[in-house]
Design a protein around this ligand. Structure first.
Ligand code: ADP
Length: 902
C-alpha cells in the first residue's frame, strides 16, 4: 500500500498541476486532454513496458501568482523557468482555462513530487478522434527542479531528491524533537479520527494507518486529504525539513479538527432551533441546488420569475404596478410552505390576469348590420330591438356617453340573455354574464378583504379576470334577486358599479387597489321590477319582455330554436323533421311557460333521441343500402335475410362475417326499419313525443278537472317565472273554527286568507250559507285552504278574490266555472283593488286555455300592454266589488245572490 522510498532517476518528464499540489502519499485522478499532456502520458507511461515515474509540478496562474508569491517560500530556482514561454501544458482538469490563457506565462513551482501511475486508461473522443487519458497517480517523494527543458511538446526536468532516504529516516527518528513532534501530531490525528468516526463508521482503517505508516508520510497523507488552499498545499510541499513538516501538519490537522467541532456545534445548535417547516425549507433549498446542478429548472424560483413577467405585461397603471412589486418582493421572501405564501401568490396571479388595459378592439358600429343580427337572432320583440338600436346609435355618435344601463325585465327564457349577448356582438365586444341571483352579501360584489381565510375577489372582478378584457359587455343577471341582510347591502355596491362617476375607481376589497370599470358596458336582467331597490332602478332603463304567445313560440321554434337545436346535435332536416303540429303539442302539453326555455329543452331532447338513431343508422348504413338495392322495404324480412345469408354462404371470409353483422338491423321491428330507410328523415310524431318526452304534463282539460268539486277556484298569480294559473282548494272538517293554510305561502297571502274568511263569515247569513243544518258549519269546523301546484313561492295579495270565491263555492256546494280565472286584492269590506303583473297573468290564462278573466276594474289601463291577438281571444270581466266576482265566477251568477240582497 505505502510505497517504500524509491530510487529517483535524474530526469523526469514534468506534468504541470495547475493551482494544485500532489503531496507524497496522496492519490489523484487526472484527465489529460491537452496535446502536450496526452503526449507525455503516451510516451512516458502508456508506451513504457515497466511502470515509469513522472514529476508532478505545481504551476500557478499569473493572477494567483500576483496574490500569493509571499507564501511560496523556497521559490527561487532558476528565474528562467519562472517566466518561460513554454508550449501550453496542463493537467486535464484545467484544460479549458489553459486554452484561454494560452499566451499567459507559466509560473512553475521549483519543487514537485515524483509520481507513479497506478492506473491508466485511454479513450478516443467520438467525432474528433482525439485521444485522451485518465491517469491515477500516486505521489511518492519530493524533488527539486535543477533545470527544465522542452522535449517535444512537454517538459523534462533535471531533478534532485529532497526526501530523506531510509537510512536518514531511521536516524531522524531518534531525534527527541522529532519524537515529541510525532507524538503531538499523532495525538491530534487520533482525535480527528475519533471525531470523524462518530460521524461515519468507515474510518476504522485510518487508525491502522496511524499505527503502521511512518509519521513523516502520515503528515503528508493527512494534509493531502484536507481541502486547504493552494498556498497551504505549496507550503506543505516546501516543508522539506521533517520538524517543520510535522509541526505544520499538526497545525493543519488541529485546525481541521476544530472546524469540524465548530461545525458540529453549529449544526446541533441550529438543528435544535429549526422548526419542522424550516428544516423542510433547508431541504428544499438543497434540493433546489441539486436540481440546478442537474439542470432541472422547473421550480418555484422560475415560477415567481414567470409570474413577474406576466405581471409586467399586464399593463398595470404605475401606482398599481408599484403595489404589485411590493407584494412580489414579499412573496420572494416567503417560503412556499409559509401560511401566507399561496394566498399572496393567488393574489398576484389575479393582479397579473386582470385586464388593466387589454380591450377587445371595438369595431366601427354598423347599425344596419346590428339590426340585421338582432333580427336574425330573435323573432318578434320589435319594440325591444328598436330600443336597443337607439341605444347603439347613441353610443355610435358619442362613444363615451354614459347612457342609462339597459335592464331587460321578464320571465325566464324570453331572450334577455341572448339579447344582451347580441348587443355585445353588434359592438364587437366580449360578453360576460355575472349571476347576481341570491347574492345577499356585499362581499359577493366587492370581495372579501384578504385578511379573511379563503377570501376571494367579488364577482365583478372575477368576471373581468375571466373575460380578459376591460371593455366587455357585462350582463348583471337577475339584479332583482339581490337582497340585503346583515352582511351588507349588495345593492349599494352595485350602485357604485353602475355610477359613471364612481366606477372609474371601483374598489374591490380583495383587490385592494382601484380598478377602472368605466369601459365596461353594463346590461342588467330581472324577472321583476318591484324588488329592485329604487336608487338602482333609477340608474337603469327598464325594457320589459312579457313572454310569448303560443303563436310566437311556434314561430320562434321554427325560425330559431329548431335550426339551432339540429345544428347543435349535428343533424339537419334531412335527418329529423319536427312538424308544426308537433311543436304546437309540445307548447301546449309539455311546456307552460312565458318564455321558450323548456320548449328549447324539449326540442333538444327530440334531437338527442334522433341523433342516437342516426348514429346507429350510419353504423349499419351499408346494410341499408343493400336492402334498398335488393328490394324496396319488403314486409318479408325473412326472405331478405335468406337471400343475404345465401349470398354469404359460400365461404367464411372476413367480409362475409361483416355482411352477417350488417344483417342485424333487419331484425328490428318493421316500424323502426322505416326509420333506417336510407335518406328519408325521422319525422316526429305523437308516439315519438310520448316516448321521448314522456306523457303530456299539461292538458287543456286540467282546469275543468280541477274545479270538478266545489271549493276550488282558479286564480292568476305572479311568480318569478311570469304569470301562472293557480288553483285554490278549500275544504272543511269538524274542528274549532280554525283556519289552516298549506302550500308555499308568503305572509301576505295568509292575511289575504284571513280577510277572505272574515268576509265570508260576516256575510254568512246574507249568503245563506249558514242556514239550517249548516249553521254549525262555520262555528265548529276548521277550514283548510291549500295552494297546490309547485314549490313556487307565492306571495302578494292578489289572491284575495280567488280565496273568497273558493270559500263561497265550498259553502254553497257549487262549482266555479272552469273557463274563468281571476285576480284581485280585496278589502275587508269587499272592494276589489287593482294588482300588478296583469299582462303576465293574462298571458298565463291564455296559455292555459282559459276563456274568461276577471280583473279589477282599475287594472283596465294595464290591458293596453297585452298583445291584441291574445286579448281578442279572451273575455275580460272588469269588477269593482267581490260580489261582481262571484257573479262572474259561477255558472248562472252568484249562487246566493238572488236570495240575499247584495
Ligand atoms: P332569459 O335570459 O330571458 O332567461 P335566454 O336569453 O336565455 O332567456 O333565452 C332562452 C333561449 O330562448 C335562448 O336560446 C334564446 O336564444 C331563445 N329565445 C328567446 N327569445 C327568443 C326570440 N324572440 N327569438 C329567438 N330565440 C329566442
Amino acid at each position: 500500500m505505502m510505497a517504500e522510498p524509491v530510487e529517483l532517476p535524474s530526469r523526469l518528464a514534468i506534468l504541470p498541476f495547475r493551482n494544485k499540489v500532489l503531496l507524497p502519499g496522496a492519490i489523484v485522478r487526472i484527465r489529460c486532454t491537452s496535446p502536450s499532456s496526452v503526449k507525455l502520458v503516451e510516451q512516458e507511461l502508456w508506451q513504457r513496458e515497466e511502470r515509469g515515474l513522472i514529476g508532478v509540478l505545481p504551476v500557478r496562474d499569473s493572477e494567483a501568482a500576483a496574490v500569493g508569491t509571499l507564501l511560496s517560500q523556497g521559490v527561487g530556482g532558476d528565474p528562467g523557468y519562472g517566466g518561460s514561454k513554454s508550449p501550453t501544458t496542463s493537467s486535464g482538469e484545467q484544460q479549458k482555462q489553459d486554452s484561454k490563457n494560452h499566451q499567459e506565462p507559466i509560473h512553475w513551482h521549483n519543487r514537485g513530487v515524483a509520481a507513479r501511475a497506478l492506473h491508466l486508461s485511454r479513450g478516443v473522443e467520438k467525432p474528433s478522434g482525439r485521444v485522451t487519458y485518465i491517469v491515477v497517480l500516486e505521489g511518492l517523494c519530493r524533488f527539486s527542479v535543477q533545470d527544465l527543458s522542452a522535449r517535444g511538446t512537454y517538459h523534462v526536468a533535471r531533478i534532485s531528491r529532497l526526501d530523506m532516504t531510509k537510512a536518514e529516516m531511521e536516524q531522524a527518528e531518534q531525534d527527541p524533537d522529532i519524537i515529541a513532534l510525532s507524538r503531538q501530531f499523532k495525538a491530534t490525528a487520533m482525535e480527528l479520527i475519533s471525531v470523524l468516526e462518530q460521524k461515519q463508521k468507515t474510518v476504522g482503517r485510518t487508525k491502522v494507518l496511524l499505527e503502521t505508516v511512518p509519521v513523516h508520510r502520515l503528515a503528508d497523507i493527512f494534509v493531502a486529504s484536507f481541502e486547504i488552499s493552494f498556498e497551504e498545499q505549496l507550503s506543505m510541499l516546501d516543508s522539506v525539513d521533517l520538524k517543520v513538516r510535522l509541526s505544520k501538519a499538526t497545525e493543519l490537522v488541529d485546525r481541521h479538527l476544530q472546524s469540524i467541532l465548530v461545525a458540529e456545534k453549529i449544526t446541533q445548535k441550529v438543528e435544535g432551533q429549526l422548526s419542522k417547516s424550516q428544516k423542510e425549507y433547508l431541504l428544499r433549498q438543497q434540493m433546489r441546488a441539486i436540481k440546478e446542478e442537474l439542470g432541472d429548472n422547473d421550480d418555484d424560483e422560475d415560477d415567481v420569475a414567470a409570474l413577474e413577467r406576466k405581471m409586467q405585461s399586464a399593463g398595470m397603471p404605475p401606482n398599481i404596478w408599484k403595489h404589485a412589486q411590493r407584494e412580489l418582493r414579499r412573496l420572494r421572501k416567503m417560503q412556499p410552505q409559509q401560511p401566507g405564501y399561496s394566498s399572496s401568490r393567488v393574489y398576484l396571479e389575479l393582479l397579473a390576469d386582470l385586464p388593466w388595459q387589454k380591450v377587445s378592439e371595438e369595431r366601427e358600429l354598423d347599425l344596419r348590420a346590428a339590426k340585421e343580427s338582432l333580427d336574425s337572432d330573435h323573432y318578434g320583440l320589435t319594440k325591444v330591438k328598436q330600443r336597443i338600436i337607439e341605444y347603439l346609435a347613441v353610443r355610435k355618435l358619442k362613444p363615451d356617453a354614459r347612457g342609462p344601463v339597459l335592464c331587460f325585465v321578464g320571465p325566464p327564457g324570453v331572450g334577455k340573455t341572448s339579447l344582451a349577448s347580441s348587443i355585445a356582438s353588434a359592438l364587437g365586444r366580449k360578453f360576460i354574464r355575472i349571476s347576481l341571483g341570491g347574492v345577499k352579501d356585499e362581499a359577493d360584489i366587492r370581495g372579501h378583504r384578504r385578511t379573511y381565510i379563503g377570501s376571494m375577489p367579488g364577482r365583478l372582478i372575477d368576471g373581468l379576470k375571466r373575460v380578459g378584457v376591460c371593455n366587455p359587455v357585462m350582463l348583471l343577471d337577475e339584479i332583482d334577486k339581490t337582497g340585503s341582510d346583515v352582511r351588507g347591502d349588495p345593492a349599494s355596491a352595485l350602485l357604485e358599479v353602475l355610477d359613471p362617476e364612481q366606477n372609474k375607481s371601483f374598489n374591490d376589497h380583495y383587490l385592494n387597489v382601484p380598478f377602472d370599470l368605466s369601459k365596461v358596458i353594463f346590461v342588467a336582467t330581472a324577472n321583476r321590477v318591484q324588488p329592485i331597490p329604487p336608487p338602482l332602478l333609477d340608474r337603469m332603463e327598464v325594457i320589459e319582455l312579457p313572454g310569448y304567445t303560443p303563436e310566437e313560440k311556434l314561430k320562434i321554434s321554427t325560425k330559431h330554436l329548431i335550426p339551432r337545436v339540429l345544428d347543435q346535435h349535428g343533424l339537419s332536416t334531412e335527418f329529423l323533421k319536427i312538424p308544426e303540429g308537433m311543436v304546437k303539442l309540445i307548447i301546449q302539453r309539455y311546456t307552460r311557460e312565458a318564455g321558450v326555455r323548456n320548449l328549447e329543452r324539449n326540442l333538444a331532447a327530440l334531437a338527442r333521441a334522433a341523433a342516437v338513431r342516426v348514429a346507429e343508422q350510419e353504423r349499419f348504413s351499408p346494410a341499408i343500402q343493400l336492402s334498398k338495392g335488393i328490394q324496396p322495404m319488403a314486409a318479408s324480412t325473412t326472405a331478405l335475410l335468406d337471400t343475404r345469408l345465401a349470398g354469404a354462404g359460400n365461404g367464411s371470409s372476413p367480409s362475409n362475417g361483416e355482411v352477417e353483422m350488417e344483417v342485424i338491423p333487419m331484425d328490428v321491428s318493421g316500424q323502426e326499419i322505416s326509420n333506417f330507410d336510407g335518406g328519408s328523415p325521422i319525422v316526429v310524431d305523437e308516439t315519438m313525443l310520448e316516448k321521448v318526452l314522456g306523457p303530456p304534463r299539461y292538458d287543456d282539460n286540467e282546469a275543468a278537472e280541477r274545479v270538478a268539486t266545489p271549493g276550488v277556484s282558479v286564480g292568476l298569480v305572479w311568480t318569478n317565472f311570469g304569470g301562472e294559473v293557480q288553483f285554490v282548494e278549500a275544504t272543511t272538517m269538524v274542528g274549532k273554527g280554525e283556519l289552516h293554510l298549506t302550500g308555499q305561502l308568503g305572509d301576505v297571502i295568509k292575511e289575504s286568507a284571513q280577510i277572505a274568511l272574515t268576509w265570508v263569515r260576516a256575510r254568512a247569513s246574507e249568503l245563506e250559507i249558514s242556514s239550517t243544518s249548516d249553521k254549525s258549519l262555520l262555528e265548529s269546523r276548521d277550514i283548510h285552504i291549500h295552494f297546490p301546484a309547485g314549490a313556487v313561492p307565492k306571495d302578494g295579495p292578489s289572491a284575495g278574490v280567488t280565496l273568497v270565491t273558493s270559500l263561497v263555492s265550498l259553502f254553497s256546494k257549487k262549482k266555479v266555472r272552469a273557463d274563468t280565472a281571476m285576480t284581485g286584492e280585496m278589502t275587508l269590506r269587499g272592494l276589489v283593488l287593482p294588482v300588478g303583473g296583469i299582462k303576465d297573468k293574462v298571458l298565463a290564462a291564455h296559455r292555459y286555455g282559459i276563456k274568461r278573466v276577471i280583473l279589477p276594474e282599475r287594472n283596465l289601463k294595464d290591458l293596453a300592454e297585452v298583445p291584441s291577438n291574445i286579448l281578442s281571444g279572451l273575455e275580460i270581466l272588469l269588477v269593482k266589488r267581490i260580489e261582481d266576482v262571484l257573479e262572474h265566477a259561477f255558472e248562472g251568477g252568484c249562487p246566493l245572490r238572488k236570495r240575499s240582497k247584495l
